[in-house]
Design a binder for this molecule. Structure first.
Ligand code: NAD
Ligand code: MG
Length: 398
């Protein structure tokens, strides 16, 4: 029986809902028992209130201060304390718990992940952007607190499952698999006029809007390359990417003796979440099962750099080091959201990232420093301003 006192940051999103659904299934099956310390969400008060009524956390927080009254009214009579605003989200993250899921999207999740990293809890990290911005410092902070960092991203969970001991010298190469997103086979000329609706319709995974766009541009695999470099202490040269449209093999570790281990499963985020929730144990839940005979074949191909320039840009940012990964992340986030707002064309997302990377020069953050998070957010803000001004320039020229 897995017992945990849990906090879920970003509970109302795709990963957050999957986390709570998994906990619910495990309780029903009698394989898990969970207490909830805190849940946080954004504008979707109805969903947050429904989750709070089910789990009776000590605290429920909306990041939107204008919605505090709405949240209070929805929780009337439940005994659940309500709070609102960015600071309240950070305070929720700082509360003692056994296990904290960081599933806020984007750099907005950095401060709360940073706070959670100091609690000594197991930090289940879905928010890849915080690792990209603050990786070595965040990892160091978790270590110093006596906590543990477990990746939730399916690729990194896969690598963690087949590479559990930190012995990078035994590993020749990590290979991240990528679905290739919805436009893997579209004619390049057609990519120009892609709409947000087309970009968020992922063939295999059901995810939030921003990561779906990242998946379509393959900026997601770029972020994941940086994430893997920090998590597993690997240089960019030893992290490869292979396109695998079926999303069954979630990543591979090639050892120095020529043996390659892969982790497989149907594409369902609940499996990597369950792995992080139960580690070092395993959680029995109503998981979809892999039927290789029914699948028949699995296919692999090299990524197309011309079609997906964002992947190469991320790799270059990782190799450049310093603040470049933070700039990559910020420019990509601003550009992806501008695309979702119909202020920027699909092909211009990578162009904005490239232009921002060439214009913003900032020094990296000291990984041992308690202010590494502030330093990363200062670079993030600078890169965002530059990316926004580049986007305005593109709109004015059109
Ligand atoms: P989502 O958009 O579905 O949910 C995001 C959550 O963050 C929501 O609860 C929202 O209310 C909250 N949020 C948004 N802005 C906020 C802010 N400014 N302050 C506080 N809270 C805020 O996103 P998602 O798809 O669940 O992704 C969450 C994270 O997990 C991302 O970093 C993503 O890259 C990563 N991830 C997601 C998946 C997936 O399958 N969805 C897979 C791997 C990694
Ligand atoms: Mg992933």
């Amino acid at each position: 029986m897995i017992r945990r006192r849990v906090t879920v940051l970003g509970a109302t999103g795709s990963v957050g809902c999957s986390t709570l659904d998994l906990m619910d299934q495990a309780e029903t099956a009698g394989t898990g028992a969970f207490e909830v310390e805190a849940l946080t969400g954004g504008a979707n008060i109805a969903r947050l209130a429904e989750q709070a009524r089910r789990w009776k956390p000590r605290l429920a927080v909306t990041a939107d201060p204008a919605r505090l009254d709405e949240l209070r009214a929805a929780l009337a009579g439940t005994g659940v304390e309500a709070a609102a605003g960015d600071q309240a989200v950070i305070e929720a993250a700082a509360r003692p718990a056994d296990w904290i899921m960081a599933a806020i999207v984007g750099a907005a999740g950095l401060r709360s992940a940073w706070a959670a990293a100091a609690t000594g809890a197991t930090l289940a990290l879905a928010n890849k952007e915080s690792l990209v911005c603050c990786g070595p410092a965040l990892i160091e902070r978790v270590k110093r607190s006596g906590g543990r960092l477990l990746p939730v991203d399916s690729e990194h969970s896969a690598i963690h499952q087949v590479f559990p001991h930190a012995a990078p010298e035994q590993v020749a190469r990590l290979v991240l698999t990528a679905s290739g997103g919805p436009f893997r086979n579209s004619p390049i000329a057609a990519l120009k006029s892609i709409t947000p609706e087309q970009a968020v319709a992922h063939p295999n995974w059901s995810m939030g809007a921003k990561i779906s766009v990242d998946s379509a541009t393959m900026a997601n695999k770029g972020l994941e390359t940086i994430e893997a470099a920090y998590l597993f202490d690997m240089p960019a040269e030893r992290i490869g990417v292979v396109v695998h449209p079926e999303s069954i093999v979630h990543s591979l570790v090639e050892y120095v003796d020529g043996s390659t281990l892969a982790q497989m499963g149907p594409p369902d985020m609940k499996t990597p979440i369950a792995y992080a929730l139960a580690w070092p144990d395993r959680l029995a839940w109503n998981a979809p099962r892999l039927d290789l005979a029914a699948l028949g074949r699995l296919t692999f191909e090299a990524p197309d750099d011309e079609r997906f320039p964002a992947l190469k840009l991320a790799r270059q940012a990782l190799q450049a080091g310093g603040a470049a990964p933070i700039v990559f992340n910020a420019a990509n986030e601003v550009a992806a959201l501008a695309f979702l707002d119909r202020r920027l064309g699909f092909l211009n997302i990578a162009a904005v990232v490239a232009d921002t990377l060439s214009r913003v020069t900032a020094s990296g953050v000291d990984s041992g420093s308690d202010s590494a998070c502030d330093a990363a957010l200062a670079v993030d803000a600078q890169a965002r301003r530059m990316a926004e001004s580049i986007i305005r320039g593109i709109a004015a020229a059109a």
